[in-house]
Ligand binder design. Structure first.
Ligand code: AMP
Length: 463
């Protein structure tokens, strides 16, 4: 299938051509013709699937013809859960719509000054991309109305519901014309999202695309067990000295945690920034730009960065803290392995958090390999608590001293068992293989005197 078979306008095809996309992704092949035919859509799609173009391209096509309706409100409204995602969508709209005559987009998100947004709403606008809260503010002050609205898009609807936006969404939708086309994109179409979708759409076409398991095939996922906070820091330090690491995104559970960790890494000489929801939008935008420019090597962030960040240089995602929800894990690790590259996702786990790991594995349908870093194995005391289940016959290889049976090969006599704890890898336990394994290349500098990175390129500015 090629883009030219999808029924898109030549102006839009030209913009896609300059984006360098070789062919439509599955979600694009399925969604674009159906949306162009005017259907409402319910699409289950995940981050990295090309979903933004799937809803923007057919919607932009409408803008090639002038509106016949009076008013100056948007013809297309995109609702997103986060500011970062909104900015990303607005940027994509400008890219894909660059061939259209004087396309006007406005982004209405919290954390940005009202003045600039009000200026954007003064004249007729084609596309509004908004987070529900800020859009409601503008609606309440009568600055935006939807009499010309043709398409309503809900991007990452499941996430918006998780964030408690259901009432806002309902209020916003009630103010839009019943004649609109509705395109709802969500990681899942079950449960509450399903009921919302039924309320908002008319005779929708349902499109389901690749599962998280298929999508994350290019992301090498590992778990490292940590005995305590200090051990966790040592593991992180070793990971950050991986010579293959270009840029890393480290996730923490709290904003304070992100600031503290960034501070700590800065003190160690890393070129690091923090990103979280307490920061002004302008600062967040600048922080992301530095990451894109490659001036920041390490970004420590809360889940605010789990969606919408698309930076090809991110080779590593490190979960310093486990995500609260299994689904957030998928979004976090989706920040690496972008644009057809291979990514590496490492999760640091306390021994008391095995149940959270199991939730993630159940959600993704994949088990995540448990590894150790030679010299930084979890303590024998904790390892004894874990019940070894596998023969110690896995080949060492890859980046870590792999502490687990190779995928797809069940250990003798335990064909159907799931592994549910780290195995001993220390010389005091049954860790002969790990102890004997050659130090992985990325770890070779760990004990060396030269392991400190070069001086930071600039002062960290995120506090
Ligand atoms: P999304 O799922 O919308 O966040 O898109 C993920 C990434 O895929 C973005 O970097 C897009 O630029 C890129 N992308 C979108 N469509 C295609 C395509 N047909 N071929 C290659 N890359 C694409």
């Amino acid at each position: 299938m090629s883009f030219s078979n999808l029924g898109l306008n030549p102006l839009i095809l030209k913009a896609i051509e300059s984006s360098g996309y070789p062919a439509p992704t599955p979600v694009q092949s399925a969604s674009i013709p159906a949306a162009l035919a005017g259907h409402d859509l319910l699409v289950s799609s995940h981050t990295g699937s090309g979903k933004t173009a799937a809803f923007l391209l057919p919607s932009l096509q409408r803008l090639a013809q002038p509106s016949t309706l009076p008013g100056k409100g948007p013809r297309i409204l995109v609702l997103t859960p986060t500011r970062e995602l909104a900015l990303q969508v607005e940027k994509a709209a400008a890219t894909y719509g660059r061939g259209l005559n004087r396309l006007r987009t406005v982004c209405l998100v919290g954390g940005s000054p009202y003045a600039q947004q009000l200026r954007g709403l003064r004249d007729a606008v084609d596309i509004v991309v908004a987070t529900p809260g800020r859009l409601m503010d503008h609606m309440q002050s009568g600055r935006v109305e939807f009499s010309r609205l043709e398409v309503l898009i809900l991007d990452e609807a499941d996430r918006m519901l998780d964030m408690g936006f259901i009432d806002d969404i309902q209020t916003i939708v009630d103010k839009t014309p019943a004649t609109r086309q509705t395109l709802l994109f969500s990681a899942t179409l079950d449960g509450v999202v399903g009921s919302l979708a039924r309320k908002l759409t008319r005779d929708p076409q349902r499109i389901e695309v690749a599962t998280p398991t298929q999508r994350e095939a290019k992301i090498d996922q590992r778990l490292l067990y940590a005995d305590n906070f200090s051990h966790k820091h040592k593991l992180l330090d070793a990971l950050l000295r991986d010579t293959e690491l270009q840029q890393a995104l480290i996730f923490t559970a709290t904003k304070r945690g992100a600031d503290d960790l960034a501070e700590n890494l800065f003190a160690q000489g890393f070129a690091v920034d923090a990103l979280h929801g307490d920061m002004q939008q302008s600062k967040r935008t600048r922080t992301l730009q530095r990451l894109r420019d490659g001036r920041t090597r390490i970004l420590v962030a809360t889940d605010v960065a789990a969606r919408g960040i698309d930076v090809a240089g991110i080779t590593h995602v490190i979960n310093f803290d486990l995500p609260r929800q299994a689904e957030d894990y998928v979004h976090r690790i989706g920040r690496t392995g972008r644009a057809g590259r291979t990514g590496f996702a490492v999760t640091l786990v306390n021994h008391s958090e095995k149940h959270l790991v199991r939730n993630i594995e159940r959600y993704t349908g994949q088990s995540v390999r448990i590894d150790v870093i030679a010299g930084l194995e979890p303590s024998a005391r904790v390892e004894k608590a874990a019940r070894p289940r596998f023969n110690n016959n896995a080949k060492p290889g890859g980046r870590f001293s792999d502490n687990r049976a190779p995928a797809g090969r069940a250990p003798a006599g335990r064909s159907n068992e799931r592994f549910d704890g780290p195995r001993s890898a220390s010389p005091r336990g049954n860790g002969e293989r790990a102890a004997a394994a050659p130090a992985p290349a990325w770890n070779s500098g760990f004990r060396s005197e030269n392991r400190r990175p070069s001086a930071p390129t600039r002062r960290r500015t995120a506090d």
